[in-house]
Design a binder for this molecule. Structure first.
Ligand SMILES: NC(=O)c1ncn([C@@H]2O[C@H](COP(=O)(O)O)[C@@H](O)[C@H]2O)c1NC=O
Length: 530
């Protein structure tokens, strides 16, 4: 890393500590004191240090100005900002003229704005008082002058600073200062983004208790988890970014236990498999290929679920991504690795025996995650378009209401299969058709421009796999515009259908189902997936 040629590397002689999160500050302050560093500090931080017999000078004493306006003005003073921003060797004379002493190390973390506004009863006034002004001003000033000054915004970096000062006679290298300055700018960018989002959704259009869903500007901070070897194709560059706190049980919070480096497509497909398998309560297995489930099943055990999911489409399962909703056991792992080529296996907390089984296949990527909460918090979906970004709430709902629209009611097993197939169809790219029986997919038709063709493909797949469709059910992610979808389903042996309804020709479609003796359910909710 490089920075400005005009930099200094003087030992730290004066530090300013001003922190809301006081984790580790006493240990750091004690260390700095033993190194002979003079400590300046704001009210609460100074009191904590003094209470622990660490010599400290209050900022108000240093500036000759009291803290005022309930803490709105504490460090906003030329003696502080001149001490931070002064270029050593360039501004020495003006600093001396105005009695401004160098401040070499700034340790600041900000008022907890995010935690404050997350409280359901947070008022606008409370939010406003938790907008830190003096802190970010010092953070940005120090980061700007990193050629001479060190800024630390995260207690996790305290040990690193201590170790370096100890080894280098009180000095902190330019490389470290630059790295910490970048972290500082990232920190203030994230902080200001949260404030802009808060005001953009609660004041512009909404209220503190009833925010609008989409703020006026969309400020999102993502942290790079890893660079990827390439993107969707080898000539594209790519990286994987994650939210600061990704939800439990998400691909972004998963841990890779073994195997080759994850690729861009691996991550996208694993996400698709994982989010689909989360739909099921009982032991379930989802096999995904090119973002679509090619086999899904529920079983009495994970092994049974896998065996049945595999049967749907063994051809497509080759090189697939396999997701489970229970800890992977050794028996299931053994069956997978001895039978098929698999890119990724993901499951909550695989057992040590399962990990040992997969270890025999060095290339197989095995991912583990924490068990997820029953109701994961809904988040937002994004889609990039040229010159813009489409933002929507995630498709977390399943159906509006289930209403039988035909003369024949579905039998209990049909009803069960209809609900199973509907859950799968939600995760199949549109137009989606899913044939299923006994909690197992028999054929999946995905991503066709015509629904009739998706149905044809689903039937071809079932035939190829030697799976009979007689007595099976069909799920369709969107309504049937014409009766041909039902007539064709009847020809292959489908006995019950689940679909949103809502077509202009619903009655024609219902009549077809009645004529064919098919039971049909409307869900009142469509699940397009592009
Ligand atoms: N007003 C100021 O000049 C000011 N200077 C520093 N702060 C913040 O005051 C907090 C520390 O306060 P205390 O040491 O009193 O607990 C830090 O989060 C720091 O970012 C300030 N507070 C708000 O802007």
């Amino acid at each position: 890393m490089t920075s400005s040629a005009n930099h200094s590397n003087l030992p730290v002689t004066r530090a300013l500590l001003s922190v809301s999160d006081k984790t580790g500050i006493l240990e750091l302050a004690q260390f700095l004191h033993t190194q002979g560093v003079e400590l300046l500090s704001t009210g609460g931080t100074a009191k904590l240090l003094a209470d622990h017999q660490i010599p400290v000078i209050e900022v108000s004493k240093h500036t000759g100005f009291p803290e005022m306006m309930d803490g709105r003005v504490k460090t906003l003073h030329p003696k502080i900002h001149g001490g931070i921003l002064g270029r050593r060797g360039t501004d020495d004379a003006v600093m001396a003229e105005h009695g401004i002493g160098r401040i070499d190390l700034i340790v600041v973390n900000l008022y907890p704005f995010e935690a404050t506004v997350a409280k359901p009863d947070c008022s606008l006034e409370e939010a406003i008082e938790n907008i830190d002004i003096g802190g970010p001003t010092m953070v940005r000033a120090s980061a700007k002058n990193h050629a001479h000054v060190t800024i630390v915004v995260n207690p996790a970096d305290y040990p690193r600073i201590q170790a370096e000062m100890q080894q280098e006679a009180g000095r902190i290298s330019l490389d470290t200062r630059l790295d910490l300055a970048i972290k500082a700018f990232e920190h203030t960018a994230g902080y200001d983004g949260m404030i802009a989002n808060y005001f953009g959704s609660r004041v512009a259009g909404g209220t503190p208790t009833a925010p609008v869903q989409f703020p006026r500007t969309f400020n999102l901070q993502m942290n790079k988890l890893q660079d990827l070897r390439y993107g969707e194709n080898a000539h594209q560059q790519a990286a994987f970014y994650a939210e600061t706190k990704p939800p439990l049980g998400s691909i972004a919070s998963a841990v890779q236990i073994q195997g080759k480096e994850l690729s861009y497509n691996n991550i996208a497909d694993t996400d698709a498999a994982l989010e689909c398998v989360k739909q099921f309560e009982a032991p379930a297995c989802v096999i995904v290929k090119h973002a679509n489930p090619c086999g899904v099943a529920v079983g009495a055990s994970l092994l049974e679920a896998y065996e049945r999911a595999y049967q749907t489409d063994p051809e497509s399962a080759f090189g697939g991504i396999i997701a489970f909703n229970r800890p992977l056991d050794a028996e299931t792992a053994q069956r997978i690795v001895e039978r098929q080529f698999v890119e990724v296996i993901i499951a909550p907390n695989p057992t040590p025996a399962a990990v040992a089984v997969v270890a025999a296949k060095k290339n197989v990527r095995l991912l583990s995650l924490e068990a997820w909460p029953a109701q994961a918090k809904p988040s937002l979906d994004f889609k990039r378009v040229n010159g813009g970004l489409l933002v929507q709430t995630a498709d977390t709902a399943l159906f509006d209401s289930l209403s039988v629209v035909t003369e024949r009611q579905p039998t209990e097993p049909e009803l069960n299969d209809l609900q199973f197939a509907w859950r799968v169809a939600k995760f199949v790219k549109s137009n989606a058709i899913v044939y299923a029986k006994n909690n197992m997919t028999l054929g999946v038709g995905a991503g066709q421009m015509s629904r009739v063709n998706s149905a044809r493909i689903a039937a071809i797949k079932a035939e190829q796999a030697g799976l009979a469709l007689i007595g099976a059910v069909m799920a369709s992610d969107a309504f049937f515009p014409f009766r041909d979808g039902i007539d064709n389903a009847a020809k292959v042996g489908i006995k019950a259908v689940i679909q949103p309804g809502g077509s202009m020709r619903d009655q024609e479609v219902i009549d077809a189902a009645n004529e064919q003796g098919i039971a049909m359910i409307f869900t009142g909710m469509r699940h397009f997936r592009h």
